[in-house]
Write a protein that binds this ligand. Sequence first.
Ligand code: GTQ
Length: 352
Amino acid sequence: MKMDIPEQVRVARAQYYEQINRFSMTPLWEVLGRLVPKSPTPLVQPVLWKYAELREQVMLAGRLISAEEAERRVLILENPGLRGNSSVTQSLYAGLQLIMPGEVAPAHRHTQSALRLVLDGEGAYTAVDGERTTMRRGDFIITPAWTWHDHGNLGKQPVVWLDGLDIPLVRFFDAGFAEPGHHLSQEVNRPEGDALARYGSNMVPVDFMQATNAPTKVFVYPYEQSRAALEAIARGPVDPHHGYKQRFVNPATGASPMPTMAAFIQWLPKGFETLPYRSTDATVYVCLEGEGEVYVDDQLLQFQENDVFVVPSWSSLQMKSRRRSILFSYSDRPAQQALGLWRDERMVCPGG
Ligand code: GTQ
């Protein structure tokens, strides 16, 4: 409650605050409302990056620095509300990575988990723990924490993908470790497709068991398969808030592919308008097909193929597809759920 404070009390308090400041202390009652808000008060802003503009800038980086020198030639997408933090949301990172024909991005591993969504060009691969996978547009690829990974381009075209990592989350916990590989490219010891066949075909090896929060051994979710599933699902009943929306899983556990990040893919029929929805996991969206618009609270964002946009925590999201659209998205939902923090709300009208 706000009360009128007499001048002498105000002065006494200011002096007291200065005094305790010397002991690195500060009064809770001045900040309690901000520390324990009634509902989320994100610094994260709704924002959309046009791929046409991103691509132009990323290609310029291709002339300035090699993938090997850069280690990873990436332009970070920084949320305007969090500039200088390498963050697209409070907990997550996004970047556009470019690899030119003949280049290699050297092997390394780190405790940060990464996902890739292939956007542009053909002929690149990502290698994860001894197996390479060819990167095709729309493929969702993961490199779980502490797995060796490197990238290369054996084709003739520049290849661009979106990197999503939990870098800010790991930084928050001060739990980051990294190690360079012994060789530029890791040794390949399994044929392409091995992990998907073993762990991603509605079966697992006979003695295989995993802890409930272990990342999946399936490290590529081919777009061809996800898209075909969505197309089949889209013949059935539609969810008024999400269209046809699926959550990627570790098929051995049903949990998210990696413990800190969830990934989703959704199909919106032409002209479909969703009812507003909000959740506490700020989410990064990428348009894989189609075009349309979203209202994030009262801000309008128009999306086309390969555009990237951000929906902050607890902002109401309403989508309208101008053409049939396919959207990929990722967030920190499983981390929030593991900590008992996640909430969502299906709304009837924005703000209500
Ligand atoms: O590909 O390993 O965008 O380590 C940032 C850090 C990509 C990667 C990024 C990384 C990587």
